[in-house]
Design a protein. Structure first.
Length: 152
């Protein structure tokens, strides 16, 4: 099976881009623990990716995947290490349950959105784009361990 670390790294690769000429990013500094619960109209969202995109340039995006209870822990430099102190815009997308590790999955990625797994609970599309979601969060120096994100 592909574990949560593999999914997190895939998300990191998506945001970082795939240009070979780009310099390797330096690890984020001032990373603090950030965890919480993601719900939609009070129902826990499982297998969703929560992305914290920094409002300030030069900072790193943090990711977390939800479990069956909607719980997530963000990671920036590595899964679960937290997010850097600062202001963020939040995006939420369905990632689907971890797939069985199979060489055909990595050799033949799915290019057709219609073939991707469908979320059991459909959320409004604007939440997928941090610029349009209207979800923001300040990460304080002390971190956040009980963040509640309830989508409407």
């Amino acid at each position: 099976m592909i574990d949560r670390r593999s999914l997190w790294l895939a998300g990191l690769g998506f945001v970082a881009g795939c240009g070979g000429d780009q310099p390797v990013a330096q690890p984020a500094k001032n990373v603090v623990k950030v965890s919480g619960t993601l719900t939609y109209q009070g129902k826990a969202l499982e297998h969703f990716n929560v992305s914290f995109v920094p409002a300030d340039e030069g900072k790193h995006t943090a990711f977390g995947l939800t479990d069956a209870a909607g719980n997530f822990t963000l990671g920036t430099n590595q899964p679960g290490d937290g997010a850097a102190v600062g202001k963020y815009k939040i995006g939420v997308t369905y990632s689907g349950p971890p797939a069985e590790q199979d060489s055909s999955v990595t050799a033949n990625p799915i290019d057709d959105d219609k073939l991707l797994p469908k979320a059991p609970i459909k959320i409004p599309q604007h939440y997928a784009n941090p610029e349009k979601s209207q979800l923001t969060q300040e990460v304080p120096a002390g971190g956040l361990t009980d963040l509640k994100i309830d989508l409407k």
